[in-house]
Each structure stands twice: as C-alpha cells, then as structure tokens.
Design a binder for this molecule. Structure first.
Ligand code: TYD
Ligand code: MG
Length: 461
C-alpha cells in the first residue's frame, strides 16, 4: 500500500519541492516553502490499473465529439454591465470565480453591490470572514443595499459554510475571503497554502455538485501574485483581477483566466462615495482633462478586448541635472520606451542622451499593445522639440527597430471610434491601407498613412 508523502510547496509560486530548502528553486523567494501532505499516488503501471478497473466494474465510455449535445450554459446577470462583460456575459451557473486585487481596491464593495443587485430576484449568501456582520451592514447602508433575499453569514469554518449552502441552496454565494477560511483537521493556520488549497477544493466541489456559482475573494501577496498556491488559479473557472491605485479613483477589472469567455475584455469603474460606478465611455474619461496647446502630449488608440480605448500619452524631456540621465515610464513598459528612444536616436537623429525623459499614461491605464508605440514616439518628440501636437490627431502603429511603422489589427474599428470621439486625423501604418480600403470610412476623418517614423515626424511637425 502506498504511503502519504510529504512535499514542500512554495507559497509564492506554487512549485513543489521534495525536500525543504531556504530558497525556492522556482521563483528564488526566501522562506516561502511550506510542508504539504500528498494523498497516495494512483497506480502507475497498467496491470495495477486493470486490477483496480475490474474491481470497479464497467469502465466508462468516451463519446465522439459530434455526438455531444451542446447545452448553453445558464448565466446570471450581475446587474453590473462592465462585470458581465469581463465574465463573458454574466456569471455561469456552477462556476467558481476568483476575484483578486490589492487591499482596499474595492473587492468587497463590488461584491456587495453585485449581491444587492442579484438579491432583487435571487437568493444570495454573503459569507464574511473578514468583517463582522455589523461592519458589512455599515457598508451596505452606504451602498444602499438592503434586501431580505441577501443573507449574511459571518463564519470562517468552511465545513459550516458548506453545510449552510447545501441546506439553504442559495442561487449565488460570495466568500470574502478565502484567506480567512479554515478547514478543521488540516494542521495549519488560515491563509496558509494548505488551508487555501483545501478550502478552495471543498468550495469547488459544492459549487459543481449543487450547481451554484461561487465568487471567492483572494488576496495577493507583495509581488502582486495571488497569495496561496498557484494551484488555486488552476482549480477555479475564472480569475478576475482588480487593478488601479488607491490614489486614483479609477479601477480596471481584467480576466486573467476565463473558461467561459474571452480574457481580453476589461471593465472600467470609478470609486465614488456611494460605491463603484461603471465608466461606460472610458476613452472620454481618459481624455477629459487634456489641455490643448501643450507640448509632449499625444493620443493613442489601443484595443482592450473588443473595445478601442483612447488615452493620452505624455512625454516630458528636460536637461539632465546629474551625469546620468533619468528615465521613467508610468503605464508603459520601461524597456520598450528605451527601445523607442534608441530608434529615435539611430533612425531619426534625435538625441536624448543628456536629457531626462519621463513618460506617463494618464488615468492609470497600462498600455500593453504595441500599437501604442507611435503615440509614445510622438509624445517624446513633441516633448523634445517643445512643440505641441494638433489636438485632433490620433496615432496608432507598431514601431520596428529599423524605424518602420508596422501594421496593427482592427484598424477599421480604431478609425471609426476616432471619428465618433471627434478626432479629425489619424496617423496610421501604410500597411493598414488594405484593411481600410474596402471599409466604409466617413468623410469627416483624414487618414494619414506613414511608412517610417522619420516620414511621420516630417509630416506632422
Ligand atoms: P473594499 O471594498 O473594502 O476593498 P477590498 O475588499 O478590496 O479590500 O474598499 C475599501 C475602500 O473603498 C476604502 O478605502 C473606502 C473606499 N470606498 C469608497 O470610496 N466608497 C464606497 O462607497 C465604499 C464602500 C468604499
Ligand atoms: Mg474586503
């Protein structure tokens, strides 16, 4: 008979080690290995497996894929359009969603708002392990949530929670948070890797057996990863991540993993005194404070899922006070900014080597798409020349190391949205011409096709 085995699992990255060590081999973190007991392994060889099979009776039969009936999953409306969009059209029955983010970002707030909305039609169970029922009531008062179908359970014992779920059979369950949950018999404290892993699996079983969706709040550690084992991300169906900084009132909700939808969609929210409100037109919000006639400001267009988002990119270029120039990028990859500066130096003869260069994307947005390159280049050049760009121009295009401007997908959608937002000119890659040739582009917008960075700079300045 196989025995139980002891493993050591890193709480930061989830890598398993056969022996204890001070430093994790996977992520290099110190003091993160925790003891974990593994259940007996399944039989390895065929003969052993076949003896088990005969003991269990008839083996299960696989079905040809064309004979599987497609059942459309049932989705609940959360009452918040931006959240529904990120989930892929609402929360799927029986699915487990992990909501994660920095402390104070608004996880409990959004979930209480969702609970309030859903309790108009459905039975909701809100399990709070973090705050007392009284604290929750205070928050609910502030958010205007008051409904007899919203039940609050202040409990940290996961077995009691599961008992309550199977007895009361609510339509949706919220667990706030998994780090406060505790399974009796597991020999470690709440929030530890073993507890988090076991409690998540337990809740998952309940969700799947009773076909009840569960939203679980999970904390993140210093490095920004979800605290507890990486395995938690593998177990659940959907992982949502709330980002933004606490100083800025805007919050972006992103799906990192979604078994029931795309992971490209984002939801934009603003934290106000009465909770989180949806920002339906993020581009208008991101461009709202823009001052005209100031150098070092350009507008980019990036795709966030199926939506084109417009944001202001700012570049500030000043003389270096010390020997080494200072370079800083907020909302844009630092190394990519350096790469673009090198392209400007080498291909366009613009030197930044004795200048401090600061790049900033307004509104806390992070530009991951390379289509933002051209706007970054123009913000920097406008900052260097101290010459403002025209207000009505939008830029998009990827910049290559030879100074060429390369094609980006979805050019038609970007141009149409630019026109809708009132822009008059779009500077875009020549290679996007094919995409736009057959499209029905309104007359009010001028398309300026460019092949290289230097050609674009000559055309605009
Ligand atoms: P919270 O939802 O408790 O964050 P988390 O659960 O992610 O830790 O959010 C708390 C912050 O939100 C707190 O700093 C106060 C602020 N807040 C508002 O600005 N308006 C509101 O209506 C509420 C409920 C909270
Ligand atoms: Mg909270």
């Amino acid at each position: 008979m196989s025995k139980t085995k002891t493993m050591y699992v890193c709480t930061s990255c989830g890598l398993e080690h056969p022996k204890w060590a001070g430093k994790c081999n996977g992520c290099g973190e110190w003091n993160t290995l925790e003891e974990f007991t593994v259940a007996p392994a399944a039989p390895k060889n065929f003969s052993a497996a076949s003896s088990v099979m005969s003991a269990r009776g008839v083996p299960p039969k696989a079905t040809p894929i064309n004979q599987i009936d497609l059942v459309n999953e049932h989705r609940y409306n959360t009452g918040i359009g931006e959240l529904n969009r990120v989930l892929g059209g609402g929360i799927v029955k029986g699915s487990v969603v992990l909501l994660s983010g920095d402390p104070g970002i608004g996880k409990s707030t959004i979930l209480l708002q969702v609970s309030g909305n859903m309790a108009n039609q459905h039975n909701v169970l809100y399990v709070t392990g973090e705050e007392s029922a009284n604290q929750l009531k205070l928050r609910a008062k502030r958010l205007g949530v008051n409904n007899d179908k919203l039940l609050v359970l202040s409990e940290t014992d996961v077995l009691s929670v599961c008992d309550n779920i199977s007895a009361s059979k609510p339509d949706i369950v919220i667990i706030d948070s998994i780090q406060t949950m505790n399974l009796e018999g597991v020999n470690s404290s709440s929030g530890s890797i073993t507890q988090v892993r076991e409690c998540t699996s337990m809740l998952l079983r309940v969700a799947k057996t009773l076909d009840i969706p569960i939203i679980i709040v999970g904390h993140i550690n210093k490095g920004g990863d979800i605290a507890g084992p990486k395995v938690m991300e593998h177990i659940v169906d959907t992982v949502l991540y709330f980002e933004g900084d606490r100083i800025n009132s805007y919050r972006i909700l992103r799906a990192i993993k979604n078994r029931f939808g795309s992971t490209n969609e984002i939801g934009v929210f603003e934290m106000l005194e009465n909770g989180l409100t949806q920002v339906e037109n993020p581009s208008a919000m991101l461009l709202s404070g823009r001052i005209s006639g100031v150098s070092g400001s350009s507008v980019c267009c990036v795709m966030e899922g199926s939506r084109p988002i417009f944001a202001e990119v700012q570049g500030l270029v000043t003389t270096t006070g010390f020997g080494t120039p200072r370079r800083m990028a907020t909302g844009f990859d630092y190394n990519r900014m350096n790469l673009l500066l090198a392209v400007l130096e080498k291909r366009c003869g613009m030197f930044f080597s004795n200048l401090d260069t600061y790049l900033n994307v307004v509104g806390g947005l992070k530009l991951d798409e390379t289509a933002a390159d051209l706007a970054v280049i123009f913000a920097l050049v406008s900052g260097l020349k101290d010459t403002p760009l025209p207000d009505d121009v939008v830029f998009f295009g990827e910049v290559g190391l030879s100074g060429e401007i390369r094609s980006v997908p979805r050019a038609v959608l970007r141009v149409l949205e630019a026109e809708r937002l009132g822009f008059k000119r779009v500077v875009l890659p020549k290679s996007c011409f094919k995409q736009l040739m057959s499209a029905n582009i309104p007359d009010g917008i001028e398309l300026i096709y460019v092949r290289t960075v230097s050609e674009a700079i000559d055309l605009i300045f």
